[in-house]
Design a protein around this ligand. Structure first.
Ligand code: HEC
Ligand code: HEC
Length: 218
C-alpha cells in the first residue's frame, strides 16, 4: 500500500480533513488552490516576543544563568551560532528546536536585533582582582600551555569582531557549561579547534575560577 493512501485512510478514519487535504496536495491535485492558504512568515519582533524572550529576555539579558546573555554580542557571531544549531555543527537539543523553522534571513535579523541590545554587567562571586580567575584570564596557564583568554577575547571581554566573541559579563554557569562541552568535544564548532584545545587542558577548578571572573568582567 502506498504511503499517501495510508495517510488518507488514517485521516478519513479519524475525521482529520486537513491531513487528507495535505495528502492530496502532496499528490499534486489541490496544490494551486492551497498555495494561498499557507501561514504568513512571522516577523522578527514576533519571533523575539513569542519564542526567544521566554529564555533570553526581550532585551537579550537573560535572567536564568544557564541561558546565555545575547545583548551586545556581535550580530555575525549570533547568526553563526543559530546556523550552527540548525546544521547540527553545534549540538544542543533546546536550541535545535528553536531554529528549526528559521530562514537564513531570520537568523541575520535576530543576530542584529539581539546584538543591538544594551548588555548589563554582572558581578564575580569570589574571583575579583588578584584572584586565580583573573590570573588565568589575563595570563593563561603557562605550565599547561593555556593561552590567556584576553589575547583573543580582549582585556575587558569585549571580543574582537567577528570571530572572537564578546564574553565579558556572561553568566558564569553558561561559561562553565561551554568550557566543559568544548573540553569533552561535545561542542566542536570553534574554528581551528581554538577553544577545544584550550579547554581540554583546564581542570574543573580552573574553569570555575575563570568563569566567575568573566561574569564580573566589563
Ligand atoms: C527554552 C529556552 C530557550 C529558548 C526559547 C531560546 N533559547 Fe537560545 N539558548 C538557550 C540555551 C539553554 C542556550 C545554550 C545552548 C548551549 O549550551 O549550547 C541557548 C543559546 C543560544 C545562542 C548561542 C549564544 C552564544 O553566545 O553562543 C543564541 C544565539 C540563541 N540561543 C538565540 C536564540 C534565539 C534567537 C531564540 C528565539 C528564536 C532562542 N535562542 C530561544 C535557551 C533558549
Ligand atoms: C586563540 C584564541 C582564543 C583564546 C586564547 C580563547 N578563546 Fe574563547 N573562543 C575563541 C573563539 C574563536 C570562539 C568562538 C567559537 C565559535 O565560533 O563558535 C571562542 C568562544 C568562547 C566561548 C563561547 C562564547 C559563547 O557565547 O558561546 C567561551 C565561553 C570562551 N571562548 C571562553 C574562553 C576562556 C575562558 C578562555 C581562556 C581560558 C578563552 N576563551 C581563550 C577563541 C579563543
Amino acid at each position: 500500500m502506498k504511503f499517501s493512501t495510508m495517510v488518507l485512510i488514517a485521516a478519513a478514519t479519524l475525521g482529520l480533513g486537513n491531513i487528507a487535504s495535505a495528502a492530496e496536495t502532496a499528490n499534486g491535485k489541490k496544490s494551486s488552490a492551497n498555495a494561498k492558504t499557507e501561514a504568513p512568515k512571522a516577523d522578527v519582533d514576533t519571533i523575539v516576543t513569542t519564542v526567544c524572550a521566554a529564555c533570553h529576555n526581550a532585551d537579550g539579558n537573560s535572567v536564568i544563568t544557564t541561558n546565555p546573555r545575547l545583548a551586545g554580542q556581535f550580530p555575525a557571531y549570533l547568526s553563526k551560532q543559530l546556523n550552527d544549531f540548525k546544521s547540527g555543527a553545534r549540538n544542543n537539543p533546546i536550541m535545535a528546536g528553536m531554529v528549526a523553522t528559521l530562514t537564513p534571513d531570520d537568523m541575520v535579523k535576530l543576530g542584529n536585533y539581539f546584538g543591538g541590545q544594551k548588555p548589563k554587567n554582572g558581578n564575580a562571586k569570589e574571583n575579583g582582582p588578584g584572584s586565580m580567575g583573573e590570573k588565568i584570564y589575563k595570563g593563561g596557564i603557562a605550565t599547561k600551555g593555556v593561552a590567556a583568554c584576553a589575547s583573543c577575547h580582549g582585556p575587558t571581554g569585549s571580543g574582537v569582531p567577528v570571530q572572537f566573541p564578546r564574553i565579558g559579563g556572561q553568566h558564569a554557569d553558561y561559561v562553565t557549561a561551554q568550557l566543559k562541552t568544548f573540553r569533552s568535544g561535545e561542542r566542536a564548532n570553534d574554528p581551528a579547534k581554538m577553544m577545544q584545545m584550550i579547554a581540554s587542558r583546564m581542570s574543573d577548578q580552573e574553569i570555575a575560577a575563570v568563569s566567575d571572573y568573566i561574569q564580573g568582567l566589563h
